[in-house]
Design a protein around this ligand. Structure first.
Ligand SMILES: C[S@@+](CC[C@H](N)C(=O)[O-])C[C@H]1O[C@@H](n2cnc3c(N)ncnc32)[C@H](O)[C@@H]1O
Length: 624
């Protein structure tokens, strides 16, 4: 790999924006004092983009940033059922994606294993770093080594002092801003931050100046943070928000539609942190395959090959983060022998939530290329059976290859459309539905997501996800003595694909309850957002974000499927569940075996028929 990626995979710690420099040309003196300086600070703490931004992508088809292969992808996206274009794997890495420049350099730590494995001293390459440092000194410098070192140290100290001074100045600017009185702000011109019509036209034709746009983004975020105080007299929240979304779209390169969709999920400043984090590659991580090795032994073997690594965090006993490697991590003898899987930490989470037990019967409904299947197999210690299904036959090749390489002997690979379950086979103790999704959580890995999804694609995807989740629920053996759980996950952060789908399932299946995922961290799912109200237990679901957890965006929910007779009895006793919105279907099957589908319209017809029959029996003229 030959590169450094020392951005530590943290137990949820905030993403640090990259440093950049630049000044914004301000129009008025007042602006220079009040906001221009603040812009300077904001630009200092954020990434430099190219001098000119591409013109705003108006729609996916006309977007200038789509290259030819993206256009092909776009075409392929039309068939959302099982094509690759709509599929986002959280497991597959582009090992060359992370660049040295992007990664904050941190000294490697000693290995500390959370699973009571012995500590290892070999993870540290401090000495190596020192050597590198010394080599900075030129050969013709014949001062004594000690003197050279202290000169070097003092240079470093000077640099530190400069950074501190910049921080202090920024803090002063912040303080100044916050001491401005509303009447002082009111005196400022209304074009202080928002561009004039003329500016907008020029930006549309010539492309906007990146520094200007980023400065404006920061300024608007600050104004929206305290609108009453900072807004210009003749401007409204909507004016600022509209401009902010337009600027996000042009600065980060999202379609206006997607920029708005994602923006609406966060407060303005958190939205910017999210968009910033999507510009930085996530750390490279691997999962030790406990069917073949122990994490400690694997770490040692890789360290011996020149890999610098560390355990990911306390929450996983099998994850390792790779900082640097002199060998390709995807082709070491240990990799080929199946001792590990290249896997992003966010994709460990659904499997941890599913918590499959030895000897169970488990379905992985959309499983290729098998990162989660193989983890399940390992947790089940190669006992029981995992049905690894994927509708895309081509993708099951890599699934089968991974299953073989990793020594998973309890896996059966199949290629059905997930919507055919449980007709094909049912009665599972647990089902994982890691659904096909838009991939808005993995933008840092696949930048094409920014431009290749239309409103229609999102609608089609959530429709497919809703169909799949009902089939996943119906594939559960509700009498399972050990399980009865469905985990629904996506690598997308949009509400329509996450809470919207789970909420739909809860309404359609009264015998299903949300339960805690068992995951130690993550942000609670939404119960209420942008006018949409979801089930009150939705807070039990978990969201993972790049800017909060330094991992790809992910959604994880866990559902317990109860026998329908229990729900039926409860309803009969008037113990109507709080979560039953009244739209759930009351099932009346004798043997409590899962039906293939529940159909509201069909059920309505049956109920009406029944009512008419009863009325007839009572001698009442049946209503139409
Ligand atoms: C997010 S990926 C799954 C990643 C996988 N769980 C893993 O951990 O490696 C979604 C998968 O859904 C599959 N898929 C799409 N539509 C499907 C359907 N109708 N039924 C079953 N699988 C489907 C895609 O082929 C894709 O492999």
């Amino acid at each position: 790999m030959g590169r450094k990626s020392k951005q530590k995979q943290q137990d949820p710690t905030p993403h640090q924006p990259r440093q950049a420099h630049g000044t914004r040309v301000t129009k008025r003196k007042a602006k220079e004092v009040a906001v221009g300086n603040a812009s300077k600070k904001s630009k200092q703490s954020n990434s430099i983009k190219q001098a000119k931004l591409p013109r705003k992508p108006k729609d996916p088809e006309s977007s200038p940033s789509i290259h030819s292969s993206d256009e092909e992808d776009l075409e392929a996206l039309q068939d959302l059922g099982s094509d690759d274009a709509s599929i986002h794997d959280d497991d597959e890495y582009d090992l060359d994606a992370a660049s040295d420049d992007d990664m904050p350099q941190q000294p490697p730590q000693q290995l500390v294993f959370s699973d009571e494995e012995e500590d290892s001293d070999e993870g540290s390459d401090d000495d190596e770093e020192d050597e590198e440092d010394d080599s900075d000194m030129s050969d013709d410098d014949d001062r004594p080594v000690k003197e050279k070192l202290s000169a070097k140290k003092s240079k470093k100290l000077d640099e530190l002092a400069l950074l501190e001074a910049a921080d202090a100045e920024a803090e002063m600017i912040r303080t100044n801003i916050s001491t401005l009185q509303p009447e002082e702000m009111a005196e400022l011109d209304d074009d202080m931050v928002l561009p004039t019509e003329e500016d907008k036209e020029r930006e549309a034709v010539e492309g906007a100046d990146a520094q200007t746009v980023y400065g404006r983004i920061r300024d608007i975020v600050r104004i929206l943070g305290d609108l009453r105080r900072f807004k210009a007299t003749n401007r409204s929240r909507a004016d600022y928000t509209q401009q902010l979304i337009a600027d996000i779209s042009s600065y980060y390169g999202y379609t206006p539609f997607l920029a708005e969709k994602l923006f609406s999920m966060f407060s303005p400043d958190e939205a910017i942190a999210f968009f910033d984090a999507n510009e930085t590659p996530r750390p490279v991580t691997i999962r030790a395959n406990t069917l073949k090795t122990r994490r400690r032994d694997l770490a040692q073997a890789l360290i011996n090959r020149g890999v610098s690594l560390e355990p990911i965090g306390k929450w996983t006993k099998v994850g390792l983060q790779i900082f640097d490697s002199s060998v390709p991590v995807g082709a070491t003898p240990e990799y080929l022998a199946g001792h590990y899987m290249l896997q992003s930490p966010s994709s460990f989470l659904p499997v941890m939530a599913l918590d499959p037990q030895p000897n169970e019967r488990v379905l992985d409904m959309a499983s290729a290329p098998g990162g989660k299947t193989s983890y399940m197999s390992a947790l089940m210690q190669n006992t029981g059976v995992v049905f690894a299904n994927d509708a895309n036959a081509a993708r099951t090749k890599s699934l089968s290859a991974n299953v073989h390489r990793l020594g998973c002997k309890n896996v059966v690979v199949c290629t059905y459309d997930g919507r055919q379950f449980p007709k094909v086979i049912g009665g599972f103790d647990r089902v994982l539905l890691d659904a096909p999704c838009s991939g808005t959580g993995v933008v840092s890995k696949d930048q094409s997501v920014k431009v290749n999804k239309t409103e229609r694609d999102f609608a089609l995807l959530s429709h497919l996800q809703k169909q799949l989740i009902l089939c996943a629920i119906d594939s559960i053996n509700t009498k399972s003595s050990t399980g009865g759980y469905v985990v629904y996950s996506t690598c997308s952060v949009t509400v329509d694909e996450d809470e919207g789908v789970v909420d739909y399932a809860l309404r359609k299946r009264p015998n299903v309850k949300l339960v805690h995922t068992g995951l130690e961290f993550g942000v609670e799912g939404f119960t209420n957002i942008t006018g949409k109200k979801f089930h009150k237990d939705m807070h039990l679901t978990r969201r993972f974000y790049p800017h909060v957890h330094n991992m790809e965006g992910f959604f994880v929910s866990k559902l317990h499927v109860q026998p329908r007779s229990v729900v039926k009895n409860k309803l009969a006793q008037g113990e109507k569940d709080d979560d039953d919105s009244g739209k759930g279907v009351l099932v009346d099957d004798e043997d409590d075996q899962p039906d293939v589908t529940f159909n509201d319209d069909e059920d309505k017809e049956l109920m009406q028929k029944n009512q008419r029959r009863k009325q007839k029996a009572k001698g009442v003229k049946p209503s139409k």
